[in-house]
Write a protein that binds this ligand. Sequence first.
Ligand code: NFE
Length: 469
Amino acid sequence: MRTVTIDPITRIEGHLRVEIQVEDGMIVGARCSGALYRGLEEILRGRHPLDAQRITTRICGVCPLAHSTAAALCLDDVLGISPPRNGQLLRNLIYGANFLHNHILHFYHLALPDYLPADALPGALSPGTDEDRRFSREEARKLADHYLQALDMRRKAQELVALFGGKMPHDMSIVPGGVTYRPDPGDVAAFRFRLKEIVDFIRGVYIPDLLLLARRYPDYFELGGVGKLLTFGCFPLDGDRLFPAGAVLDGEPEPLDPAEIREHTARSWYRGNGAQHPREEEAEPDPDKAEAYSWIKAPRYRGEACEVGPAARAAIALVRGPGGFREAAGELLTEAETGPERLSSTMGRHLARGMEALFIARAMEGWLAELDPAAPVAVAFTLPREARGQGLTDAPRGALGHWVEVAGGVIARYQVIAPTTWNASPRDEKGTPGPIERALQGTRVSGDGLLEAGRIVRSFDPCLACAIQ
Ligand code: NFE
């Protein structure tokens, strides 16, 4: 048996160490480790509750809107308020732009180089290997052109965030009770113009490229599966969510029960085994814990290590989501010659990202058309001195939760469980591997496993800045 260590794994956000054991051409064991403790939850203790929203957006520069949104939902819950419809539309438009940026970034700039020949991209951008490259020269040249075009699309998506959010990263608009921005007709026109270009790009370039990748690498629908899925849903509007919440533990979608979440720390550098609900969690760092191998905790839902992200959202939305999603997603799955049972796989995750990118962009066009420059965008509130709240949303990478306890008018406890905390989690006290560890185990590999492991791990789009707080 050979142990191969990838440390750090490149083309993801942050520092993730992945160790695989390879025996007789198969990955027989895997360990994911997050090596950097951050302490954001500790920084929040004793601060004014409204600071939570401004500080937690700084958790990450890739998905700051995810934390801004989760913190706003958490404080809305503390205050017992929800934004007026205009405020909800604006929150969704700002957050939607962050999703579009993320998915274009992930497909073209983080994942695609794993499949392009070494000479398709200029030196430093190239993965530097020609192993298992299946695109023709012409296809590779076209994809490399799209790699550059995608940079421009990302700029436009970031401009969308800045138009209504004030700036990118770390918006200044989303606040408890709504947003601080009133729709200005000039900004709305600028937003519409850019959004149309992004929709055209997703439909005319991203989706065809995605289908080409799926056709060249159909075996990756069989690699990197997890099977157990969880989503908190996202984009709330008048009590419904564009993507509904739910879980798949035994093959059938079931409703979400947030009381069933626990964070385990048996193999993480914190005292004890954890297994607490984030509402009551006390996690004291213990860097000398001998049996631990990661700063990432191990969140579990009903005791299960669940994959979160686009595959989970699509699996639930295909059953409980809006008709428009079910139809479009069904068509794309047929074109890719696969089915919903293959969403939790390396290629399934890419496909699910593409299908939701187009659906979210179209939903944004509808929300934009509904904005009313004269209608209120926020509601006023008075902060209680004692309260608890939770803010659950999906981020681009999956289920994101913020939990707060306010005591004596200040934050007594603030807990964050981010998507990559779920996906890149280590084992728990029962020895259950985290989703990425599970996805790697049992994979047939051609050589030392580096190629397959890189493709599988990147399909989760890990972000270590978010994973450890
Ligand atoms: Ni730092 Fe994030 C997303 C969140 S991932 S990118 O999407 O929350 O753990």
